[in-house]
Design a protein around this ligand. Structure first.
Ligand code: URA
Length: 300
């Protein structure tokens, strides 16, 4: 099914409405993995002005991103608003910074609770941006890949969910208008940006054809053939969250983008072995790009 998320949002076409059961009569919805609910905090007062939800794997990195953003925009950074140890949530003006852990199962929980959070807060169309790290496929380390779409581990452009024993496939489109705007900002800021497909693997080692895992029942040549095949299909990086992220945000009708820096070129190796300073500089690149875009859009 083809659809443009931005148009869907504006026109309400194909956008799935929030589930009627969680918003039912007693209205006591509790966001278990965030550790708070509608009757434990005033969600509209705290989150009602949200315009952007920025997300990515590591809790430490997202605390840092929130602090950097606050410093740059000269606005306060909240304390960690999460009341559970699963995820951290920081807020800087209209931007929420929430980590999602590793892989689609963890991300899916964070997204569902974030969508419910936005719903309870009365936020109509938040923009979701994933800022992550990835393995490059034929691009040099440090490249920031702004994804054109997400591909699953079977190389299909869908997110596969198993529900009630049945396989459900959903589209993994991302917002082209948002992508183009982000790329333009990257160019302006002299950040090395590429666009291309992102492959979402189900694990870090065998699922990404690494040779440095504990198990490996394929040959080095198989790895290179696979990476070359991915590259020929337009894939520029591999991570572990893009299909779920693209599919959930599209289904909800929220504009979204995936902006991941590559930590290595998988054509040259498997081990992520970069000096700490270099790692920090790479981690800063998606942040610099996304922050410049958000500041341009919001005027803060
Ligand atoms: N994240 C991944 O999933 N793969 C990499 O190679 C690097 C980061």
């Amino acid at each position: 099914m083809e659809r443009n998320c931005r148009e869907a949002t504006m026109n309400g076409i194909n956008v799935e409405k929030p589930n009627k059961y969680f918003d039912g009569k007693d209205k006591k919805d509790f966001l278990y993995h965030f550790g708070f609910g509608v009757d434990t905090i005033d969600i509209p007062a705290v989150f009602g002005d949200t315009k952007f939800v920025c997300t990515g794997g590591s809790p430490g990195r997202f605390k840092l991103y929130a602090e950097w953003f606050a410093k740059e925009a000269k606005i306060p950074c909240s304390e960690n608003l999460s009341r559970s140890d699963r995820f951290v949530i920081y807020k800087t003006g209209p931007v929420c910074w929430i980590n999602h852990g590793m892989g689609t199962p963890s991300l899916s929980i964070m997204l569902v609770e974030s969508f419910k959070l936005m719903h309870h807060a009365g936020v109509k169309s938040p923009t979701f941006i994933r800022l992550g790290t990835s393995g490059g496929v034929g691009v040099p380390p440090g490249t920031v890949v702004v994804s054109t779409g997400a591909m699953n581990a079977e190389l299909g452009d869908t997110y596969v969910q198993i529900i009630a024993g049945k396989r459900i496939e959903r589209p993994t489109q991302l917002d082209s208008t948002l992508r183009e705007a982000l790329c333009a900002v990257g160019k302006e800021k002299n950040i090395p940006v590429e666009t291309g497909k992102t492959m979402c693997a189900d694990d870090f080692y065998e699922g990404q054809m690494r040779l440095d895992g504990y198990f490996c029942d394929y040959e080095e040549a198989d790895k290179f053939n696979f990476l070359k095949k991915l590259n020929a299909l337009g894939v520029r990086n591999i991570e572990m969250e893009s299909t779920c992220f693209a599919s959930f945000t599209c289904r909800a009708g929220f504009p979204s983008a995936i902006v991941c820096v590559t930590l290595l070129n998988r054509m040259d190796g498997d081990q992520v072995q970069i000096a700490k300073e270099q790692y920090i500089e790479y981690e800063e690149r998606p942040f610099r790009l996304v922050t410049a875009y958000i500041r341009q859009q919001t005027g803060i």
